[in-house]
Design a protein around this ligand. Structure first.
Ligand SMILES: Cc1cc2nc3c(=O)[nH]c(=O)nc-3n(C[C@H](O)[C@H](O)[C@H](O)COP(=O)(O)O)c2cc1C
Length: 186
């Protein structure tokens, strides 16, 4: 399924987004910090580092973060070890002007987490299926200045036994469009 058209580092093919997480896996606090450290070193416009990651600190925040997800995500994320909520500053830190690259830069930071997770034997699964307004309200986020972007579920790959039929059928690395559909010689 994942046949590159040109040779690339195996880490890019080894990363994918499973839903069948192992309920017995628990990342340590240091492991979560290591994932966030990978995000820290992502490139960003003017090195402004607009990303913000909310991480769980106890069982109550874990339950709260889970409630931020749509039902279609909650039912499988509950077996993942850790949930991150991903936000970004919409304004540059030095002059408060709009930073139109805030989501672009935060996307790079998310990918760093996803690749670092694989290096540690874990998987990270990004989700747009979240309740942004509830997140902003419960976490006291000023949405004039900060955008709620996604959530990330992290853990060890487990079985697909708890997945619905549709998700079961999707539980493997998927394919990509050929380069000639998105690369334009100009
Ligand atoms: C911004 C973003 C939002 C996504 N939202 C969801 C989501 O809400 N639920 C879900 O199950 N997967 C979600 N995904 C996972 C994508 O479906 C997945 O990354 C895509 O199909 C490519 O597959 P791969 O990551 O396994 O290579 C999201 C991924 C990204 C990057």
């Amino acid at each position: 399924m994942r046949n590159p058209e040109y040779p690339i580092h195996p880490q890019f093919l080894d990363r994918w987004s499973p839903r069948g997480f192992d309920p017995n896996c628990k990342l340590t606090e240091d492991e979560v910090s290591t994932l966030l450290e990978a995000a820290r070193w992502a490139p960003s416009c003017a090195n402004d580092q607009p990303w913000i990651f909310y991480r769980e600190k106890n069982a109550a925040s874990r339950a709260l973060f889970l409630s931020f997800l749509t039902d279609a995500n909650q039912y499988w994320v509950k077996y993942a070890s850790h949930i991150l909520i991903v936000c970004a500053h919409k304004l540059y830190s030095d002059d408060d002007k709009p930073n139109t690259y805030h989501a672009y830069d935060t996307g790079a930071a998310w990918m760093s987490i996803a690749l670092q997770a694989r290096h540690m034997g874990y998987y990270a699964h990004c989700m747009a299926g979240i309740h942004e307004d509830v997140i902003a309200q419960k976490l006291g986020i000023d949405t004039e200045k900060i955008e709620v972007l996604t959530a990330i579920a992290i853990g060890k790959l487990g079985s697909d036994e708890n997945l619905g039929d549709k998700h079961k059928s999707q539980e493997s690395p998927n394919a990509r469009r050929p380069q000639n559909e998105f690369v334009i010689f100009a």
